[in-house]
Design a protein around this ligand. Sequence first.
Ligand code: APR
Ligand code: ZN
Length: 375
Amino acid sequence: SKSAGVITCRAAVAWGPGQPLLLEEVEVDPPSAMEIRIKVVCTSLCRSDVTQWQSQAQPDLFPRIFGHEASGIVESVGEGVTEFQAGDHVLTVFIGECQSCKHCESGKSNMCQKLGLERRGVMHSDQKTRFRVKGKPVYHYCAVSSFSEYTVVHSGCAVKISPDVRMERACLLSCGVAAGIGAAWKVADISKGSTVVIFGLGTVGLSVAQAAKSRGASRIIGVDINPEKYEKGKVFGVTEYINPEECKEPVQQVIKQITDGGADYSFECIGDTNIVSTALQSCCDGWGMTVTLGVPKTKTEISTHYAFLLTGRTLKGSLFGGWRPKSDLPSLVEKYSKGEIQLDELVTHDIPFESINEAFNLMKEGSCLRCVIHM
Ligand code: APR
Ligand code: ZN
């Protein structure tokens, strides 16, 4: 109901950078104008939740509730919301689509000027938080904060899905998997018969692989320092595997040799800015294209020899695979329902909310793909 009051529920609160999350009773405000309050059903843990939680860069933004890859059910809607009603099934998104700003209207960008990536731990509309713990405000993450039984998001940061869709798996389309698929289909627009190199075979890299495979790429070369990733890679269409730590020459030299001068496309799916230059050198002169997807953990500058651009390569950045969440995500969800997108194979662990720290540990150790947390 529109007059719903404050809800008290459990949330996993981070009290400081890298500190284990504590399950706390939090108060969740009712949704403000154009916002919706959601009962979170499932939320998967994404690498960037871990990266931000570990980062010392914003120590003032604690206590904080992380989480942004989620599925849930609308509990109540704020003033002015006509698109959603209580009971609707939704996916949350970390970049919204207001459908009225210059970028949204351009039809060629997902960089919404109103509901873009929120970095200050508050809601877009009033720069305030909707959570309190022990009387203190709790910061949001990406204006989603799904590690809570209930959360408030802007109605432009949620996408309605059919109630038939499996919520325990569809949450993966909320970020990482969609980013990988979009990088391959929309940003690179991979053509049949192409040679593709993927740096990093985590969930994001494997999603690039499955999308490259469906476009008919003839070779999909996976580069990862963790040999355990290769078995999983095969499931998603990776045809060859290179461990850079076992190469006698730099990995880009090896790739150039086995691809007659470089691949058609390369993808940075590690989150290491040093790899951008390696990826650029791994694609060919003339038409080679490198797409970046990773979110850097430490060094944020990139550097490379200008010659790699002079010789005709393209370096393209992307966020969320270039998808506009409201316009494009429903069709990806439908593809999952029809079996045209693999999600289930990316889930290595299903974890109850109480054990959320286990998911953080697994990701820190590199021993999972996606952990789905059940609320
Ligand atoms: N060379 C090759 N592979 C590496 C290297 C390296 N120097 N360093 C790490 N890797 C591999 C890891 O072994 C792992 O398999 O990169 C993979 C990264 O996967 P995950 O950590 O599971 O991350 P994922 O969720 O796939 O996200 C990848 O995209 O959205 C961003 O923030 C995200 O930056 C992250 C990236
Ligand atoms: Zn917009």
